[in-house]
Design a protein around this ligand. Structure first.
Ligand code: BES
Ligand code: MN
Ligand code: MN
Length: 462
């Protein structure tokens, strides 16, 4: 048995228990009520990095939540790997849809995870995945096998747009200098189909407000005679897609990168069962842009989705009312070459232009970021592919993901290095949803695979 496998076997209960302790801390960045838990969490990450062998660990204050920085520099002439992760999590609501409390982790077996999965908010996104790197470092420190330098940068604002991390990166280029950035905050196709994420979508997130009359009105006395903001808002939203599910905002597709027939054929080789997909979601049909497959729709094509919509009376029973205002939160997932600020502007101009007389429209941009694609011929990708091959016994498939980690393109711009996305989660792990979980097998497989990455990356860098 390999040394790392032996180490994991001996320590796996501790690895699991340590992660469970971290998962008990409700580090919800979106809700200021959890401010104290955010510092508890940052401190816990700091101690874990010290315990794993970092020589320097700092809690770097920002205008928002702090960034935990750690490093172990063994020789300035050797390559440096910068690990990024986030210790904040999404709010857990709706709470009543959880089978167990989101911050009281439990291990349960599932069909996909016969060895058990840890159920808790943040189990997969991203505490479990970032902690794999901490345990991998602990192994390399204790076995004296760390072949290069390592830096950690763990932030607490990923789920709310990473605004302060951007400033931190811009101001600390020297400190963060590296040869490759390593992130585990994505997924893979299946436990027996390893894959490496080669692309992330960009994002533009906006909120819209439609205002009609200056007060809520009796829907009998005024109904039919004034614009109803909810009727208008839903009509405006419906008009943002045409009958082929193309987005109707002028200029929206202008910069979209079209893949060649050959690239699309390569993509189509990834194993995928439409029946299993539909069954897992309890839907009788998939839906989306004409002339694209499901896997294309959720990775290489841009989207526009309402994430929340509200207004008027939603309490018990019925109230006859025409609300003065209606609201929606809308996300647009973007693909390479689309610029998120330009798209936000195009959305705003279009949405204001289609508002009929009788209402006023306000568009407020929230946050966003550029998409990312990474080539598979880089040393980093090659090292990752070799590492997966060593531990999964088969070569990983490159795959573009539909999710976003907006900060990645900013890393490349400021630090001039490639990011390798070694994700060990599964789409079915329910990140951002009730009952989020992370397979124990996946967690330990991550710890096992990461040290190989360091070894091969150092070797290939020579
Ligand atoms: N880890 C996710 C992104 C992700 C998950 C990418 C799975 C690929 C596969 C990250 O924490 C996340 O949730 N990102 C947000 C964007 C952010 C600005 C809130 C997203 O994709 O919605
Ligand atoms: Mn994440
Ligand atoms: Mn997330």
């Amino acid at each position: 048995m390999s040394v790392i496998k032996e180490y994991i076997n001996k320590n796996k209960d501790r690895f699991i228990n340590e992660l469970i302790e971290l998962l008990k801390i409700p580090s919800i960045s979106a809700d200021s009520a959890y401010k104290d838990d955010m510092s508890t969490m940052a401190n816990a990450i700091k101690s874990s990095l010290e315990q794993a062998g970092c020589d320097i660990v700092e809690i770097c204050k920002t205008e928002g939540y702090p960034i935990v920085y750690g490093e172990k520099i063994i020789d300035p002439n050797l390559p440096t790997v910068l690990v990024y992760g986030h210790y904040d999590v999404q709010p857990p609501d709706p709470l009543d849809l959880w089978d167990s409390a989101p911050f009281e982790p439990i291990i349960k077996k599932t069909a996909t995870h016969p060895d058990g999965a840890i159920f808790a908010r943040g189990a997969c996104d991203d505490k479990g995945q970032l902690y794999m790197h901490v345990k991998a470092l602990e192994f390399m420190t204790n076995s004296n096998t760390l072949p290069c330098n390592v830096k950690f940068m763990i932030e607490g604002e990923e789920e709310v747009g990473s605004a302060n991390l951007a400033t931190f990166v811009q101001n600390n280029r020297e400190k963060l200098a590296n040869d490759v950035i390593l992130i585990s905050d994505t997924g893979m196709i299946a436990n027996d189909v390893p894959s490496i994420t080669t692309g992330l979508r960009g994002l533009s997130y906006v909120e819209v407000e439609v205002t009609g009359p200056n007060r809520d009105l009796h829907s009998g006395l005024y109904g039919g005679a004034v614009a109803n903001p909810i009727n208008i808002l839903t009509k405006m939203i419906a008009s943002l897609h045409d009958e082929n599910n193309h987005i109707t905002i002028p200029g929206f597709y202008d910069r979209v990168e079209e893949l060649s027939t050959d690239e699309r054929a390569q993509m189509a080789k990834a194993p995928f069962s439409l029946d299993t997909y539909k069954e897992a979601l309890d839907i009788d049909a998939v839906y989306g842009e004409k002339d694209y497959t499901t896997n294309e729709r959720n990775s290489i094509r841009p989207t526009l989705d309402v994430n929340g919509i509200w207004g008027g009376y939603i309490g018990e029973g019925a109230k006859t009312v025409i609300a003065s205002k209606a609201f929606a939160k809308i996300s647009m997932r973007l693909v390479p070459n689309q610029d998120w600020e330009e798209i936000t502007q195009l959305f705003k101009s279009h949405f204001e232009a289609i508002a009929p007389a009788g209402v006023r429209v306000k568009v407020t941009p929230h946050h966003g970021g550029q998409g990312y694609v990474t080539p598979i011929n880089s040393i980093g990708y090659q090292a990752a592919a070799k590492a997966y091959t060593a531990t999964f016994g088969k070569e990983p498939i490159p795959q573009r993901s539909g999710g976003s980690i907006p900060i990645v393109s900013l890393f490349e711009e400021n630090l001039k290095s490639k990011t390798i996305l070694m994700g060990f989660g599964l789409d079915s792990d329910a990140i951002h949803s009730p009952n989020e979980h992370f397979g124990v097998w996946n967690y330990l497989k991550g710890v096992e695979t990461i040290p190989y990455f360091y070894e091969y990356f150092t070797e290939l860098s020579k």
